[in-house]
Design a protein around this ligand. Structure first.
Ligand code: SAM
Length: 407
């Protein structure tokens, strides 16, 4: 009788080790890999491939951490620039809709049989856009600039290993594009390519950066890629990712829980069944080359109305996602990137406007209104959303934040 206690204890312990240890071990390995994928180039690549594969094959949603302290005034543009790492660059390079859209715009330009001196603003560790320009023979020369020191070092190493013909066509600059005197560069740039596009297209400061950089070129910019970009918005109920998604989010070091309070959180491949209507609308929409030449407005405001198409639902907030046309001619649809329809490197923002306990019951035919305001005169922009259902002015909710959510 006295020996049954330890026996039982051993039995429980051995079962625990079968059931608890393997997942714990897997979790620990995934956490280590996740950490290393940001620091080691080839691991960044494999981790990014895994991210896309899980989304494409199994429809996995990855939930990121919510934005803490959204109105923190100490956020700076340098925070945005310095958060880039190997994993982020590989996510971008392996983003097929994005890369294809840029390549298609460059091919269209190649058909004109013209060459330009390009400025690639924020060239990145692998200089993908610079290399596409040279591959398609549209570059007399490319000035590639990046303000992230580690990124610049990686790009420099890459440039050193390129064939001489390609290398001689690229000048690499370190620093913020607005601080370089482009007018005095030989040859002087007369075309711009960049991918300074955020989850809200302006939240990586592209409007202010382009405005200051174009002023610094002080000459005609004949072509600008991308041509047009905007931010799509659609009202949603609180998204509910699958159990498999929660498990993958946990293993891949993101977040399992979707916010219940007012706030903002990013998601890769967010559940589409949360949509309250079919068609998104633009809350931002720019022809970049034209807009960035003009004096910038302190407060931009757009007001939109959605009609609910679901029978019954609980409205909690909005999805926001980027939309890009890399060229004016989208006749074959190949220059378009739609952050709501395609799986891209840009996670979709879920902006929760109502606490889950105060979610608003809506039905087919109801109206949802949004006022989207932004101050884009800073490289770290500020945003404010106000929203309400029908004409219920007492129940207007608002949310404001500054800059970009990193993780
Ligand atoms: C979204 S990544 C794009 C990287 C690369 N062009 C690509 O398409 O994969 C943006 C890059 O721009 C850099 N960057 C952002 N603003 C910049 C600025 N004002 N001047 C120079 N580099 C900038 C960041 O460090 C980052 O490497």
């Amino acid at each position: 009788m006295s020996s049954s206690g330890p026996l039982f204890y051993n039995y429980i312990m051995s079962w625990c080790s079968y059931i608890i240890l393997p997942p714990l071990l897997l979790y620990a390995i995934m956490q280590i890999l996740y950490g290393l994928s940001h620091r080691i180039n080839f691991l960044g690549r494999y981790y990014a491939m895994l991210y896309y594969a899980l989304q494409e094959r199994f429809g996995i949603t990855f939930v990121l951490r919510e934005l803490k302290n959204p109105t923190d005034k100490n956020k700076t543009f340098a925070d945005i620039v310095n958060h880039y790492d190997f994993f982020a660059y590989w996510l971008m390079c392996l983003d097929k809709p994005r890369v294809n859209a840029y390549e298609e715009a460059i091919k269209q330009y190649a058909q004109l049989r013209k060459k330009a001196v390009w400025l690639d603003i924020g060239t990145g560790a692998h200089m993908p856009l610079t290399r596409l320009l040279i591959k398609h023979g549209v570059a007399e020369h490319v000035h590639a600039v990046d303000a992230n020191r580690k990124t610049y070092q990686s790009a420099k190493t890459l440039r050193e290993h390129l064939p001489n013909e390609e290398k001689s066509r690229i000048s690499l600059h370190y620093g913020y594009s607005k601080d370089v005197d482009w007018y005095r560069q030989e040859p002087r740039p007369n075309a711009i390519i960049h991918e300074l596009i955020g989850r809200i297209i302006t939240d990586e400061g592209c409007i202010k950066v382009l405005h200051d950089t174009i002023a610094n070129i002080n000459d005609d910019v004949s072509i600008h890629i991308p041509y047009r970009s905007g931010t799509l918005c659609i009202p949603v109920s609180r998204p509910k990712p699958s159990i498999a998604s929660s498990l993958c989010s946990l293993l891949m070091s993101t977040k399992v829980r979707i916010i219940k309070e007012i706030g903002i959180q990013s998601m890769f491949n967010p559940p589409k069944d949360a949509y309250l209507c079919e068609t998104p609308q633009f809350v931002e929409d720019f022809i970049l080359q034209d807009y960035c030449k003009k004096p910038l407005e302190k407060c931009r405001r757009s007001e939109r109305k959605f009609i609910v198409e679901k029978n019954m639902a609980m409205w909690t907030g909005f999805y926001l996602a980027p939309y890009i046309l890399t060229s004016m001619d989208n006749s074959n649809g190949a220059v378009e990137v739609d952050g709501l329809k395609q799986r891209t490197n840009w996670p979709v923002y879920y902006v929760a406007m109502n606490d889950i306990r105060k979610a608003i019951n809506v039905k087919q035919g109801d109206e949802i209104h949004i006022v989207f305001e932004s101050d884009l005169t800073d490289e770290c922009p500020t945003y404010r959303i106000e929203a309400w259902a029908n004409d219920d002015y007492l129940l207007r909710s608002s949310f404001a934040w500054k800059g970009k959510q990193f993780r």
